[in-house]
Design a protein around this ligand. Structure first.
Ligand SMILES: Nc1ncnc2c1ncn2[C@@H]1O[C@H](COP(=O)(O)OP(=O)(O)OP(=O)(O)O)[C@@H](O)[C@H]1O
Length: 253
């Protein structure tokens, strides 16, 4: 019988996930038998040193890449049971993305960038979607910028457009990969607060990958990877506690 993530109150989950890059002597095991679920409405931070497997895990959970072994579910779909076309569709419906490099389409204005997930999915926003998008544009402080193109915006504004785009379709999970990596400290903090607000006020499930202990301060849950394995999974921690945790894992390695 198929048990989807939804059946377990999870927005996404992976079981026994392994990812090996390359073969023979050059093979790298980026993920080693990882099982974890993203709980609905929670802001989960995935932390770990460079090379610990954070981005690989995110890519497998979001259906951007396929595992060597194990299974992955996103919302109602088992990603690892789908062919290419169905996988693309499941990812478009189930995942929103915020990347370090913003990844906005340069020739489209702000509004068209935010509406892009609908366009790609071949559907028109409903009246309810439109109202939600207007709310997002307002609450993210983009109302005066909707007709501008990305190069006319600051880095912080571009990331706010990326957040609006990721939230627009109310996906099962918003995956954020080092969302503050290209921003100054103050703008980075604002972006994190906006993501946290999306989770606390609107029940948006968020999985954020970061190696910055300060970026985890809004997270409800902290999952830590080391050498492709989960070595910590618990409630909120202060940046100092996160830094200590990362240091202790590095020392043990
Ligand atoms: N396409 C690839 N080909 C070969 N090895 C890869 C590939 N992608 C990742 N790896 C290796 O897999 C391991 C995990 O990489 P991953 O990018 O998931 O780590 P990370 O924790 O996200 O690191 P960072 O914080 O530096 O982005 C690393 O050893 C990396 O070199």
């Amino acid at each position: 019988m198929q048990i989807s993530s939804n059946d377990l109150g999870l927005a996404a989950r992976v079981a026994g996930l392994t990812k090996t890059y390359g073969t023979g002597d050059g093979a790298v095991m980026a993920l080693d038998d990882v099982s974890v679920g993203i709980r609905r409405g929670e802001f989960t931070a995935v932390i770990g040193a460079s090379g610990s497997g954070k981005s690989t895990l995110m890519h497998m959970m979001a259906g951007l890449d396929t595992p060597t072994a194990g299974r992955a579910w996103l919302g109602e779909y088992e990603l690892t049971a789908l062919g290419d076309r169905a996988l693309t569709k499941a990812r478009r419906r189930g995942a929103g993305f915020v990347f370090q490099s913003f990844n906005l389409v340069p020739v489209l204005d702000v509004r068209a960038n935010i509406l892009l997930p609908f366009e790609l999915d071949g559907r028109r926003p409903t009246a309810d979607d439109e109202a939600w998008i207007e709310r997002l544009i307002d609450s993210l402080g983009l109302a005066a910028r909707v007709g501008h193109r990305p190069h006319e915006l600051s880095g912080g504004q571009q990331q706010r457009v990326a957040i609006a785009r990721a939230l627009a379709t109310r996906p099962d999970v918003v995956f954020a990969d080092e969302p503050t990596g290209n921003l100054d400290t103050r703008t980075g903090r604002e972006v994190l607060a906006l993501l946290a607000e999306a989770s606390s006020s609107h029940g948006q499930s968020i999985a954020m990958v970061t190696h910055d202990p300060v970026a985890t301060s809004h997270a409800d849950r902290i999952v830590m990877l080391s050498d492709g394995r989960i070595v910590h999974d618990g409630g909120p921690l202060s940046p100092t506690e996160v830094a200590d945790l990362m240091l202790s894992v590095e020392v043990v390695r």
